[in-house]
Design a protein around this ligand. Structure first.
Ligand SMILES: Nc1ncnc2c1ncn2[C@@H]1O[C@H](COP(=O)(O)OP(=O)(O)O)[C@@H](O)[C@H]1O
Ligand SMILES: [Mg+2]
Length: 187
């Protein structure tokens, strides 16, 4: 898989590219996790769970893969679950510049060619948030191609997201992102 990136289309850093994620290229990706992730997406395995500690390149790899698909969508788990809670409470929420009902939020998820939910399990989900996350997972059953990133280990994610979500995630492919913390040191 060493030269895998040479055969991949150039990433598209369009308007949708997530603000907090550095614009990087395939060439900097660790080759095993890149190859495993591309193969899983090509096989339509879903969800693809990229897991590992901070700074291993999970968010960058998820965004790169999404960027070469027709209609990529990327959201931090805390942001989209917060928005879904707000839409349920208030009837409507502004999400990517559009006022949406909860149905509109679900459509935003299901309409994506690849949906990335970034950083799931960084906080313990409340029961309503877990229900909303299950709706997101459900919305991808027909479409496939859901990428989830998490700092949680496969054997401990249930503590953060609960059993129902964990059992759905277990049906997907887990790819560990190893190597050093690549975030530049902050002073
Ligand atoms: N493909 C890549 N090429 C070059 N640098 C990368 C690449 N992937 C990650 N990095 C570097 O590692 C940092 C952390 O990556 P990130 O995806 O945010 O990690 P994680 O989501 O695992 O915490 C990035 O800000 C960037 O500096
Ligand atoms: Mg990240």
């Amino acid at each position: 898989m060493d030269n895998e990136h040479r055969t991949l289309p150039s990433p598209k850093f369009d308007r949708w590219w997530p603000a907090g994620v550095k614009k990087v290229d395939w060439s900097g990706c660790e080759s095993k996790s890149l190859g495993d992730a591309i193969s899983a997406i090509q096989r339509d395995d879903s969800p693809v769970v990229l897991w590992g500690s901070c700074g291993r390149g999970k968010s960058c790899l998820a965004a790169l893969i999404a960027s070469v698909s027709r209609r990529p969508r990327f959201a931090a788990a805390s942001a989209i679950l917060g928005a879904m809670m707000a839409s349920q409470q208030n009837g409507m929420v502004e999400w990517f510049g559009v006022d949406r009902t909860i149905g509109g939020m679900i459509r935003w998820c299901s309409d994506a060619s690849i949906l990335v939910i970034d950083d799931l399990g960084s906080r313990q989900l409340t029961p309503p948030q877990a229900d909303a996350m299950l709706q997101i997972l459900q919305s991808r059953y027909e479409r496939g191609n859901l990428i989830i990133t998490t700092n949680c280990r496969p054997d401990s994610i249930a503590e953060m997201v609960g059993q129902r979500i964990t059992s759905r995630l277990s049906a997907g492919v887990w790819i560990q992102m190893t190597g050093p913390d690549r975030r530049p040191e902050r002073g």
